[in-house]
Design a protein around this ligand. Structure first.
Ligand SMILES: *Cc1c(COP(=O)(O)O)cnc(C)c1O
Length: 430
């Protein structure tokens, strides 16, 4: 799919370079871009959707944690705050995704949380109705989501019903309606497609899944912290999301899970550990799950890995998710205009780069993907110049725009460099 018309028309005079300067000057969130570490050789960071930049305040924050909470309070800090930390941070993330308190927690990696929630959901469904043997997922979902479903389906003798998603847009309501039935146990979809940036119709799809008697699990990895979501209002059952993408928690910071209040007592997750037990320090002989959110924990929470996340949550809470989404839209619209100026028009007919993302509007998330057969080599050349997007096989460069840390000028610089590198690669290859 190519996009019909740009969200922002490239100005006739001065091009997108002049427009970038205007947009940065008028950006109400501009001051935040200098709150992040910007040292080193990177001149354009277009991958904040994959690994957010660190806040510049982190050295001080970590020192305070090491000297105070950890070094000073030592094991007393577990009672004082760390036992509650997964839920305290969960409530704050929950507020960003439309979840009332007591339904979100910070836990394991996204992959492990997906496993726990997928298993919990299908086990409950099979128990209630052994004919619900299907898990629905799309073939363009992120690998870990598909692999987890593949594994659970094999463990439980279930069938996967694949939705064939358009890689340049995403899963539609109609496709979900056609895929679900009285055999559906669970539907797992990404709110924002990791490749195209397509924003799925979360409320209507959730309703369609419920109408068929299925449970709905949303993966919010590419929307948490950048696109407002209303999990409670939409009646979503389960959700997971990353904290190292738009929540800038740092490499390996733990994921969050959401389990709707009404399901907490009836779902049982498969990784039974002492932290999920009803009486954590009871040291009981047999496992007895906590019937609230604690039952979804397994082992000791990764407290150290949540220090940066907490710092970023403070910034996001101060700015507000609506203002963040507004800048995200301005950045993606601008990136499209810059692509139209520097990248899309170049090359012979049949050998042009293609914008493989939805048009401007509510279905566009915070990243764009452009495709061209030369992009594996082009991306490698860009990385050497400090222009950091990411390559997604087979031929896509993804331009991720993290609103709080990204300037319009660096988007302009990066996309101009992409056009230049594409032309250089064409000359080299001919
Ligand atoms: C980034 C991402 C993940 C990452 O999973 P990890 O366990 O944190 O490695 C999972 N799903 C989606 C859709 C993602 O975008």
């Amino acid at each position: 799919m190519t996009t019909a018309d740009p969200g922002i028309a490239a100005p006739a005079d001065g091009g997108t370079a002049a427009l970038a300067a205007q947009l940065d000057a008028a950006d109400p969130l501009a001051a935040h871009t200098s709150a992040f570490v910007r040292d080193g050789d990177v001149v354009s960071y277009l991958d904040g959707n994959s690994l957010g930049r660190p806040l510049a305040s982190l050295p001080e924050r970590f020192a305070g944690f090491i000297e105070g909470d950890w070094g000073g309070r030592l094991i007393r800090a577990w009672d004082e705050q760390w036992m509650e930390r997964p839920f305290a941070l969960g409530d704050r993330i929950g507020a960003l995704v439309g979840a009332a308190a007591g339904q979100a927690f910070v836990g394991d990696s996204t992959t492990v949380l997906l496993y726990k929630l997928v298993r919990a959901a299908v086990d409950a469904q099979l128990k209630a109705d052994p004919a619900r043997t299907e898990i629905v997922i799309d073939d363009d979902n992120f690998p870990t989501d598909r692999f987890i479903v593949e594994g659970v389906a094999a463990e439980r003798g279930m069938t996967i019903r694949w939705i064939e998603a358009d890689p340049a847009s995403g899963v539609t309501l109609q496709q979900v309606q056609e895929a679900v039935s009285e055999r559906t146990a669970l539907v797992l979809l990404s709110h924002v497609a990791y490749r195209s940036g397509f924003v799925a119709d979360l409320p209507d799809i959730t309703a369609a899944v419920h109408e068929a008697g299925g449970l709905m699990l949303w993966d919010l990895c590419h929307s948490a912290g950048v696109i407002p979501t209303e999990l409670d209002a939409a009646g979503v059952d389960l959700a997971v999301g990353c904290t190292y993408k738009y929540l800038n928690g740092g490499p390996g910071s733990p994921a969050f899970g959401y389990v709707a209040q009404r399901l907490q007592g009836s779902l049982a997750q498969p990784i039974q550990g002492w932290m999920g037990a009803a009486d954590v320090f009871g040291m009981e002989r047999e496992y007895r799950a906590a019937r609230d959110l604690r039952g979804f924990l397994s082992g000791t929470p990764p407290v150290l890995a949540t220090v940066a996340l907490e710092a970023m949550l403070e910034v996001i809470e101060q700015v507000g998710i609506a203002a963040i989404r507004e800048k995200s839209i301005a950045l993606t619209d601008f990136a499209e205009a810059a692509l139209r100026e520097h990248v899309l028009p170049h090359g012979e007919e049949g050998d042009r780069a293609v914008l493989a993302s939805p048009p401007a509007g509510p279905h566009r998330g915070s990243h764009l993907t452009v495709t061209h057969p030369s992009f594996s080599a082009v991306n490698a050349a860009l990385w050497e110049q400090g222009v950091i997007g990411d390559f997604r096989a087979p031929d896509g460069i993804r331009i991720g725009l993290s609103p709080l840390s990204t300037t319009f000028a660096e988007v302009e610089l990066g996309i101009a460099a992409l056009g230049e590198a594409m032309r250089a690669e064409r000359r080299r290859a001919s």
